[in-house]
Design a protein around this ligand. Structure first.
Ligand code: CA
Ligand code: CA
Ligand code: CA
Length: 132
C-alpha cells in the first residue's frame, strides 16, 4: 500500500514539474508579493520568456521559436499583426494591452483574482493569459 502512495506522490511531483515548465507561475511573477500582477510584472516575465525563446537572438520570434514556448496558447498568425512572419516584443505588447485591460476588471492597473483562476487551472501560467 505504501508503495502505491509513493507512486501517487511521484506522479503529483511530476505534474507540478510540467506546470512549472509551461511558464512562470503567479507567485513567480508577483515579484513584490502584493498578491496582484502589475503590468510591469507581467511585462518583465514576458520579456524573460521572449529572450529565452529567441534562440538566434535576432530580437524577433520566428514561428518555430514561438512554437517552442511551452504553454503558449495564442496562434502565431493572430499575434503577427503586420504579417511579416516574425513577432517583435512591441507587437506582442499590443496584444497584451488589450488582454490586460480585459482581465483588469476593476481597472486598477493590476490583475488580482487571477490567482483563483490559476488554482483552478494550474497548467496555464497567468503570463499566457496576457502574452503569447
Ligand atoms: Ca505584484
Ligand atoms: Ca529569433
Ligand atoms: Ca510581425
Amino acid at each position: 500500500m505504501k508503495k502505491a502512495w509513493l507512486t501517487v506522490a511521484l506522479i503529483l511531483t511530476f505534474l507540478a514539474g510540467t506546470a512549472l515548465a509551461a511558464g512562470p507561475s503567479f507567485q513567480e511573477m508577483d515579484t513584490d508579493k502584493d498578491g496582484k500582477l502589475s503590468r510591469q510584472e507581467v511585462d518583465a516575465a514576458a520579456e524573460k520568456v521572449f529572450k529565452e525563446a529567441d534562440k538566434d537572438r535576432d530580437g524577433y520570434l520566428s514561428e518555430q521559436e514561438f512554437k517552442a514556448i511551452q504553454g503558449a496558447r495564442s496562434k502565431f498568425k493572430d499575434l503577427d499583426k503586420n504579417r511579416d512572419g516574425k513577432l517583435s516584443m512591441d507587437e506582442l505588447g499590443k496584444s497584451a494591452d488589450r488582454r490586460f485591460q480585459h482581465l483588469d476588471r476593476n481597472k486598477d492597473g493590476s490583475l488580482d483574482g487571477l490567482e483563483s483562476n490559476v488554482r483552478r487551472a494550474p497548467e496555464v501560467s497567468p503570463l499566457f493569459r496576457v502574452y503569447f
